[in-house]
Design a protein around this ligand. Sequence first.
Ligand code: AMP
Length: 208
Amino acid sequence: MNNILLIGPQGAGKGTQAKLLAKQYHIPHISTGDLFREHIKRQTVLGLQAKTLIDKGKLVPDRITMEMVKERLEDKDCQQGFLLDGVPRTLPQAEMLDEIVEITHVIEIKINDDLAVKRLSARRQCKQCGRIYGLDLPEKKKGVCDDDNALLYQRDDDKPEAIKKRLELYHDETEPLLEYYRPRNIVFQVDGSLPAEKTFAQLKKIID
Ligand code: AMP
């Protein structure tokens, strides 16, 4: 059973790698950022609560986040394993997660802050289908999606002030989680500065 956590700063390529892993190992990719953005789009109560915090690059409170995650992990498709992307981000979240499931791999995708800022500032997303473009994978025609010609936009939290705040939060709150898991001998590391397929090869080696 593979119950995997991906940990890394914004811009490390967690989303990209998670999609590749989900396909390779037939497990669902659960991204709390995506789940929140979905709620915001549907204008649910949770979405409205989360939106102002998210736009400023702040964290949504632990309990709200973990209730959403718990509900998702109870779905049938998670019974044979799953991949969590973007959670836990704080120690209380890690502790709450331990009450719900047993984690088998914690994989750190490592990049330095300069590259993270560069990648996030360049990131654009399709309004229509959600496809992400960036430094390593730019769109063919500037500002529009290759797939559906819809306009690309920049997430509010990918603007400079929010990026700085998010990286600070990562170093202060999330990076220490690696130490929380280390005594269990389930922590691994891959290099997120490489081209996506090279990072993916490192990930496969760890899981296989
Ligand atoms: P992401 O797409 O993972 O960068 O998430 C976007 C935003 O959603 C974050 O900057 C937070 O505001 C919020 N968020 C996502 N995951 C969590 C989490 N585990 N705990 C608290 N807030 C979160």
